[in-house]
Design a protein around this ligand. Structure first.
Ligand code: BG6
Length: 512
């Protein structure tokens, strides 16, 4: 494994949730595997007044709370925390950046390393333009052989619509080059998402079938059983379309649908994803009305416990029209996928936590075994389980032993957990390491982000005129407005895959 060059990581938003829950635990895991540079330091930047000592103390405790650290790791945790520093800063105030510059210079001198620096923006998005500008004005964006490289990681959300995403791109490009900008989409860091590429392009058996001749439809489900978990204030201005579809799920579509890349490199992979996004059929008003279903969870009882509705959540308006569920059908107009429906179903407060891609293969061209009941044997399915219980499942028909030719579905099932001694890195672990190594393959490119926004923008536009399409209410713990969602499949005999049954029987869905 190549080790990253010596460097410093500066995290803006260091007193926030992401830092303690994901970033620091991910970097600690890298430390445990000896994957960090020999000389390395992290400077946390935040508004909260803290010094190095107290930041270390806090992160030390948080590593046990949110990370993988166990009491046996005490020495490692203590050593790791020695690499942490803190700079209190009002990020909107240009003058204060000299404090950061001083701190960085001091550390560079102490470590005696070139100024290789990653700046990680984990702040509210309203600061995504101002921080890079202030870094530039303080001379902290210069990247060259003598002064070391500079990279900028930008967390999601990347804009709230097409216009704002374009504006943000333009603004970032004033101060950093495209090859310095790493737009994070943590789904691309998931091992199983990357495994889509390996499944497709390292095996001879799947790719020949991977097209309109053999695939009936592709279904992507991303269901969460939790609600908005105290993030109501953010979520009520976002909704699941912006929160999950525009970024994470379209990135999965990109990997499922792309042509074989020339090589595994940032340029080739991202060019191929871009071509998929460019081939997404634009949604007209009629398509949005017919093929995009939106819904919001309402209160229900799950396993005897009352679960609040979305509008009862803190930070959510009493008459909110924000969607917590979306199901949609769309097409990719290119040679490979012409006429194959792609289906997405995503939401909060659904019956279980699961993200999976289901590739439904076409039926055999001729039915030989006439007494097959559709309940026993369906179309062949390849299920790519992204989380949890990561793995691959192939469903196919086999003969029931005994007289006649009864067919029933059986599974060939691979679970990552069956691999011995394999550490499944967290998404942030993988992505942070890639950025430290200067590999942007699994980061979103600016133009692709814009094209993804271009695709979802017509949906936002139609929904803005609120009365045009219904907003359904679904009892928390159910699969959403199921009749409507099933209606997206053009054949009554077809259905979605349900990884688990409804958990709540509290009434039907209704229009809100
Ligand atoms: C985030 C969304 O990007 O992804 C959250 O903002 C969502 O609303 C989360 O819960 C899901 O990520 P994961 O990795 O738990 O599937």
């Amino acid at each position: 494994m190549i080790q990253p060059e010596n460097q410093i990581l500066v995290i803006f938003g260091a007193s926030g949730d992401l830092t303690k829950r994901k970033l620091i635990p991910a970097i600690f895991d890298l430390a445990k595997q000896n994957l960090l540079p020999d000389k390395f330091a992290i400077i946390g930047v935040g508004r909260t007044k803290l010094d190095d000592f107290n930041f270390r103390k806090k992160m030390n405790a948080d590593l046990y709370k949110y990370g993988d650290a166990s009491p046996e790791d005490k020495n490692l945790v203590d050593q790791f925390c020695e690499k942490l520093y803190y700079q209190a800063l009002n990020t909107s105030d240009l003058e204060e950046y000299s404090l950061l510059k001083e701190k960085i210079n001091l550390l560079l001198k102490e470590l005696s390393i070139p100024a290789n620096i990653i700046f990680y923006l984990s702040t509210p998005p309203s600061l995504y333009e101002i921080i890079p500008e202030n870094l530039a004005k303080t001379g902290l964006n210069n990247s060259n052989k003598n002064s070391g490289w500079k990279r900028l990681i930008v967390e999601k959300p990347f804009g709230t619509d097409l216009e704002s995403a374009k504006k943000l791109n333009r603004s970032l490009l004033n101060f950093f080059n495209e090859n310095q900008i790493y737009r994070i989409d943590h789904y691309l860091g998931k091992e199983t998402v990357q495994n889509v590429l390996v499944t497709r392009f390292a095996n001879g058996i799947f790719e020949p079938l991977w097209n309109r001749n053999f695939i009936d439809r592709v279904e992507i489900t991303s269901s969460e059983s939790i609600g908005v978990e105290g993030r109501g204030g953010y979520y009520d201005h976002s909704g699941v379309l912006r929160d999950m579809v525009q970024n994470h799920l379209l990135q999965i579509v990109g990997l499922i649908a792309m042509e074989p890349p020339v090589e595994i490199s940032p340029l080739s992979i991202r060019n191929e994803t871009m071509k998929v996004f460019q081939s997404l059929r634009s949604l007209k008003v009629e398509d949005v009305k017919k093929n995009v279903i939106r819904a919001q969870y309402v209160s229900s009882t799950i396993k005897g416990e009352k679960v609040p509705g979305y509008r009862d959540e803190e930070g959510v308006s009493d008459n909110s029209r924000t969607e917590t569920f979306v199901a949609m059908k769309f097409f990719i107009d290119n040679w490979r996928w012409s006429g194959v429906p792609f289906l997405i179903r995503v939401g909060k407060r659904l019956p279980t936590r699961v993200t999976e891609v289901v590739v439904h293969f076409k039926k055999t061209p001729h039915t030989l075994f006439r007494n097959i009941s559709s309940a026993d044997h369906q179309q062949n399915q390849l299920v790519i389980r992204i989380q949890p219980d990561e793995g691959l499942l192939l469903k196919f028909g086999t003969k029931v032993p005994g007289a006649g030719f009864q067919v029933q579905d059986v599974n060939m099932d691979f679970h990552y957990s069956d691999l011995n001694n394999t550490h499944l890195p967290s998404a942030y672990e993988r992505l942070l390491l890639d950025c430290m190594l200067g590999d942007s393959t699994l980061y979103a490119r600016g133009d692709a982000v814009e094209v993804a926004w271009e695709f979802v923008q017509p949906i936002l536009d139609v929904w803005k005129k609120d009365c045009e399409v219904p907003l359904y209410g679904y009892p928390a713990g159910t699969w959403g407005p199921n009749d409507e969602v099933k209606g997206l499949l053009d054949d009554a005999g077809k259905d979605w895959r349900y990884p688990c049954k409804n958990l709540s029987n509290d009434g039907e869905y209704c229009e809100l």
